[in-house]
Write a protein that binds this ligand. Structure first.
Ligand code: 0GY
Length: 342
């Protein structure tokens, strides 16, 4: 089957720089995806976008290049509830990847235990309207109570303006709840203003709620102009273009490396606040291969260099990148470590 990529959709950047920040040993990229390859794992008919391929081999190569040890592979909406690409990636990882699946009410117990055996440890409920069709809450609650029996948790993706309406449903979920990308705050609003304070309250009042402090490139308003600046100053000769221009291609100079070091500066106060307030309930991920970006494509190497800005101490970095994801996705290894006599 042939799939045509959604117009304007940027390919992932194939020449990421080597990060200057060295992640602690055993670090986990806790939010990334695989797409296809479409010939092997076709995209779902109900999808809202058609991506380019991004295979498990390419994901594992990126993991090694960035200095990470493991991945948590999140089922992307372009694959609907057909989890094969994600599951096969988990199986091929040699135990170094866990998965977050999308399932429907019709999923059987046998299918759920097959997913568990492959490495799936969570389901994702998506409330971002441009990505999915509506699923009734009673169906989601039924799924949540079934996966709870397997020791799984629920990952939720929503936008900040929808939190008030979704509050009662989220707070009734019977599992650990992991929020994608800090609930997508509007970072032009004050970090201590009512919108982000509601999210902080959500975490403060519900100790089962965790957050991924990921996706500065999606949330940032200053990012694109800063990158355009950097490119204008350094790589025009190499043919790269900023702002509304095309994504960088392999071989072109990296905007981050050449110009302003912190293009996503406006996201730092939000992510740092979450990390410092809830250091034992935060996760970080690349979001490779960065679905639905049309303005610019980040250099994953330099996204890693964003980590020390939001987790400024070695102990926060260890929690964010190793201890927390291990506790959530590889708890059996965690207890092994604890049981080892010193
Ligand atoms: C992300 C963000 C997005 C897409 C998806 O599953 C998906 O299609 O998650 C988005 O478009 O904001 O977390 O990957």
């Amino acid at each position: 089957m042939n799939f045509e990529k959604t117009p304007g959709w940027l390919d992932w950047y194939a020449g990421p720089s080597k990060p200057r920040f060295v992640p602690p040993a055993g670090s986990v990229d806790a939010h990334c995806h695989v797409f296809g390859p479409a010939q092997q794992y076709p995209f779902a008919p109900e999808r809202k976008y058609t991506p380019c391929d991004a295979s498990r081999e390419q994901l594992f190569a990126l993991r090694d290049h960035l200095g990470f040890a493991r991945n948590v592979i999140v089922q992307a909406t372009c694959h609907g509830a057909d989890n094969r690409a994600m599951v096969d990636a988990c199986r091929a990882s040699g135990g170094r990847a866990r998965g977050v699946a999308t399932v429907r009410r019709s999923v059987s117990d046998v299918e759920l235990s097959g997913l568990h055996e492959a490495g799936v440890r969570a389901v994702r409920f998506n409330f971002v309207k441009r990505l999915v069709d509506f699923t009734p809450k009673d169906e989601l609650m039924e799924i949540a109570s079934r996966i709870r029996e397997l020791g799984w948790h629920v990952v939720i993706y929503f936008e900040a303006q929808d939190l008030p309406e979704l509050w009662d449903f989220f707070t009734a979920l019977p599992t650990t709840v992991v929020v994608d990308h800090m609930g997508r705050p509007d970072v032009s609003l004050p970090v201590d203003g009512p919108q982000f304070e509601l999210f902080m309250r959500f975490m403060r009042e519900h100790p089962n709620v965790w957050s991924k402090v990921s996706c500065p490139e999606r949330l940032s308003l200053t990012g694109l102009p800063a990158l355009a600046d950097a490119l204008a100053g350094s790589s025009r000769a190499a043919g790269a273009q900023g702002h509304d221009g095309p994504a960088q291609q392999p071989g072109q100079a990296s905007a981050f490396g050449q110009g302003r070091a912190v293009p996503y500066a406006d996201v730092v106060p939000f992510a740092r606040k979450v990390v410092q307030t809830f250091p034992d309930r935060v996760l970080w991920g690349t979001d490779w291969p960065h679905p639905n970006l049309k303005g610019h494509m980040p250099d994953d190497g330099l996204l890693v260099d964003f980590i020390p800005l939001i987790a400024p101490t070695p102990s926060l970095q260890q929690q964010l990148l190793v201890d927390n994801p291990m506790r959530l996705y590889w708890p059996e290894e965690n207890s092994k470590i604890k049981e080892t006599p010193i």
